[in-house]
Design a protein around this ligand. Sequence first.
Ligand code: NI
Length: 411
Amino acid sequence: MSPDRNSDLSRRIREKAAAVFAEIRAIRRDIHAHPELSYEEFRTSAIIHEYLKGLGIEPEPQFLETGVVAVLEGEAEGAASGPQIALRADIDALPLSEENACEFSSRTAGTMHACGHDMHTAMLLGAASILSSMRHELRGSVLFIFQPAEEKAPGGARPLIDAGIFKRFNPAAIIGQHCFPNVPSGSVALCKGSFMAAADELYFTISGQGGHASAPHKAADPVLAAAHIITACQHLVSRVAPPHEPAVVSISSIQGGHAPNVIPSRVVMSGTMRTMNEEVRALLHEKLRQTVRHVGEGLGVEAEVEIRQGYPVLYNDPEITRNAAIACSEYLGREHVIDSEPLMTAEDFAYYLQERAGTFWQIGTGLPDQDRSNMLHSPTFYPDEEALGTGAGLLAYSAMRFMDFLGGGKR
Ligand code: NI
């Protein structure tokens, strides 16, 4: 495709994004005022369903109880054999109470869209609107995935895959985005390769023999053992993980004992492990189990660790991410495309990327005068709504450009 064609396409999509802005902002505010927790997104799913139908996009039969999946077939010549591009938004809210006071603040006590999934939903609906108005130009198809339950293990992505979404559809690439207040509104940040961490929960049980604190030789002290285990676990990052591989082990909770003169019989602890490489992750799991068991044995107590595996490493395909950066530069201008560092947070989009090549980028929602109160998962998270138009247009433009990149079209 020629540069002229791309700049014309980008201009037309920006105009369409501006035209749909008020509509998707109203949807975002409605969803924001009526947040729903993971797997309970019935109202939100109904809004999505209705909107897509209004665009002439018929939602597919349900894969899960909540969430919506739909396909937009292109109508350009050869579209039937063109590539399918999947675009995904997560739709659930978090269990916390909103502290912003505005006309669309959460009306459900204890539930808030504090991670911007209301924004993601509205942006993807905006992209659907833009793309449906251009279906005669689409040289492939677009799979829209409105996914439930990103915030609650085991997440919604894995169940969607287990329910056969990739047996039924075969996207050549998948793109997802997440609001980030650290990225200026109007910009996007991308990262090639490992972008987000595998997040595993650690649960320790240390069983000894309780007794009088004045006679420790007649007891087996799990408190002392706990102290040694906490310290010993730090060697996993400093002496087991390769120095060039990021890893975190944090033991963040410890409970045991109730009186100054009583050695308790049990201590329980919990923590988190974050890794950016599945081999390092497996190695640290094995060494953690060994360390905990052997330190406990050496100190005369029984120590076990249970590892609950969370989301895997989120790996952005380098080639797809390079092409995404090209599309983003064409649409936003090169100065609005930022290289992101890897993050130690986790995201269940990682499961799709184990099945299909794709990329997950950060869509900027930050304004210059905002401070720490605007963090994700905070009760005062307040994204810039202008990002709705940016994100909707960017998804639509990228989907069309990926049909060029993956469909063998000339560039
Ligand atoms: Ni989120």
